[in-house]
Ligand binder design. Structure first.
Ligand SMILES: Nc1ncnc2c1ncn2[C@@H]1O[C@H](COP(=O)(O)OP(=O)(O)O)[C@@H](O)[C@H]1O
Ligand SMILES: [Mg+2]
Length: 163
């Protein structure tokens, strides 16, 4: 097939990246030519990792995936999509509890930019309960998160505890 490469954008907080996110990224690769993981700079949330740290973690973890790149953005997602020339947003759906918020966001983004479509992907069942919030909570309370996050994330979390 020829024509322009199909670029999708996977936006989120990724505070921090976990294997549910990685699973969604890997599911995108057979469908899209290129994937841009976009870390939202959100002044309202109190993140554990800075945007720079989150981008670094993503770079490290995804270094072997040639068609994936990572950037941060602030402001409206649809404006960012225009800047990078993408018309597809990828979001993950874990459970019914994600649906309400995701549905609202997708329709608001459509209202702002009708040309942009949001597509939803379901993770492998074993990651369907994993969230950044729970990963942080369990780690801080001394529980094991091996197998739920990439190895470099465990290292980074240890670093936060020491700091
Ligand atoms: N375990 C998971 N499986 C599949 N998708 C997930 C999982 N955890 C989060 N996601 C999805 O990844 C995207 C980014 O999530 P997150 O980092 O929490 O950012 P946001 O602040 O936008 O929710 C969202 O679409 C979210 O639904
Ligand atoms: Mg979330």
């Amino acid at each position: 097939m020829s024509g322009p490469r199909r670029l999708a954008v996977y936006p989120g907080s990724f505070d921090p990246l976990h294997n549910g996110h990685v699973d969604i990224i890997d599911r995108c690769l057979p469908i899209f030519d290129d994937l841009l993981v976009a870390v939202l700079r959100n002044e309202e949330k109190q993140p554990l990792f800075s945007v720079e740290e989150r981008v670094e973690i993503l770079h490290q973890t995804l270094a072997g995936r040639a068609r994936v790149r990572v950037e941060s953005f602030s402001g409206l997602l649809v404006d960012f999509m225009d800047r990078v020339g993408a018309i597809t947003i990828v979001r993950g759906l874990r459970a019914l509890s994600d649906f309400d918020y995701e549905f609202q966001m997708a329709l608001m983004n459509r209202r702002l930019a009708p040309r942009i479509e949001t597509v939803f992907m379901m993770p492998k069942e074993e990651y369907s309960y994993v969230s950044s919030r729970l990963v942080k909570e369990v780690f801080m309370l001394g529980g094991t998160i091996d197998g739920l996050v990439p190895p470099n994330v465990v290292e980074r979390l240890r670093g936060k505890v020491r700091a």
